[in-house]
Ligand binder design. Sequence first.
Ligand SMILES: Cc1cc2nc3c(=O)[nH]c(=O)nc-3n(C[C@H](O)[C@H](O)[C@H](O)COP(=O)(O)OP(=O)(O)OC[C@H]3O[C@@H](n4cnc5c(N)ncnc54)[C@H](O)[C@@H]3O)c2cc1C
Length: 508
Amino acid sequence: MRTFEQYYEDLKKMKHNIWIGEEIVGRDDPRIRGGMNIIKETFDHVDEEEYKDLCTATSHLTGKRINRFCHIHHSVDDLLKKQQMTRVLSHRVGGCIQRCMGIDAINALSVITYEVDQALGTDFYKRFEVYLKYFQENDLVASCAQTDTKGDRLKRPHEQEDPDQYLRVIETKEDGIVVRGCKICITNTAYADELVAVPTRFMGPKDNDYAVAFALPSDWDRVKLLVRPAYFRQSKYGLEAPGLRLGDVETMIIFDDVFVPNERVFLNGNADPRQTPYAGFLALMFAHYHRHSYTGCKPAVSEVIASAAALVAEYNGIEKTSHVRDKLSHLIGTAELVNAAGIASAYRAEKAPSGTYIPDEILTNAGRRLAGEEIYNEYKILADLSGGIVAALPFEGSFFAKDVGELAMKYLKRNPRVDPVNIYRCFRGIENMLVADLAGVMQVAGLHGGGSPQMETITMMARYDIEKLKDIAKYLFGIRKKLHRYDRPPVTPRKMLEKFRKVMELKK
Ligand SMILES: Cc1cc2nc3c(=O)[nH]c(=O)nc-3n(C[C@H](O)[C@H](O)[C@H](O)COP(=O)(O)OP(=O)(O)OC[C@H]3O[C@@H](n4cnc5c(N)ncnc54)[C@H](O)[C@@H]3O)c2cc1C
């Protein structure tokens, strides 16, 4: 396993293909360091007694101990540990741990490449296993580039006025493919070793060129990263806090006619249209694993908000009042429900033919949707209990300036038992959570990351057997004589795979 320092050294050697505004910068630019400091947590605890059981796993390929972020889930326990690891590491960084996109992408690829090979006699799974071995042995950090720019939302890829609005293969060569397009809103690519590109939606028969999946180093030739870093104002007065060192970088990845060698291509409808139906399957599978990861990180986000809300209530002297307790219980309840959905979905997981475990889709999507719908409510509670000062706090210097510092601290006092410097720290921390540049990014991420709530609704409704559900009412209302035992209504992932296999068989 790598250390953070080795990871950083590797990043520094990468080609300069990052644009911040009009500037082209290297991976050592301080504006992207905050995101790396988050990834650091995924390297730092692998040997610590308290964390190593969660943060490492045994590779099914090599038998070696690896970072869990590079692992393929081979049991219910693997899924539970991934979820719990995501939760406890997210506490340490106050939110998104930023390395889950990689693990979610490799797990999805492990399921789908196997399926394609079984149906079509391709060798994608074999390629994938070679890639996975390299990925695990080098302890790589990956981003997952799924979201296309999508142009007109109501049009399919081939119907767009500009055919490049979805990433597509423009040429299949003997030794690889050439891809053109752009993926947008992609987290962490500026400090990821690799990027994994997967389709964003189902592809129809005319969308063959868009059914493409591959992996590349993130500084690969003609890959252009246009980034939006978000970070905090730093302390000039020694009020160093772990939370101040963190940040995020979102990326628009332009694939400017990029060559991808065959060994890194995992789906290509351009070469063989029979592969096209697997694009949607892969899109859903990545989204599914990612939403399961959300049942780990999002409870942590709710807990971070609850923790700040409880602290500021104490500092404001209102913690014993009933409305505060109500609001805190709402935050805790949301965290626990979302987490419970992920735990239950892991217990209901099924083994795919590839050997990879797939959690239950209804539960994962229900948990993720609740998280997305609640996010602004949760921030509202924190803003409510904090009071307006978090949006009106004078800059740090005013609290330490010779003439006004003492006065500023005096007028910040609330609960007399709390040191005003800690009151300042608390309001500064919540200012960062609610009104800083990064706060806005995190709020929108809480809503749309992993797919907007509507996407979860679509997946749930596609999987839930509503006709069977109606049987309960029909029985109760006397329309139907018998009610069969009704304890597992959803169409499970395994059943989906089997159904899909049958459809592909029929098509042959
Ligand atoms: C901070 C952040 C980090 C992210 N990180 C990643 C990442 O690492 N990797 C990645 O791949 N993606 C990432 N995303 C992207 C995220 O998955 C998308 O933002 C999300 O899926 C929504 O897609 P969109 O932004 O294109 O919005 P849209 O799909 O345009 O949604 C806007 C609105 O239009 C509606 N809509 C869209 N299409 C239709 C339709 N056909 N019919 C009716 N209504 C429709 C939606 O329901 C929504 O209300 C990230 C997003 C954010 C904000």
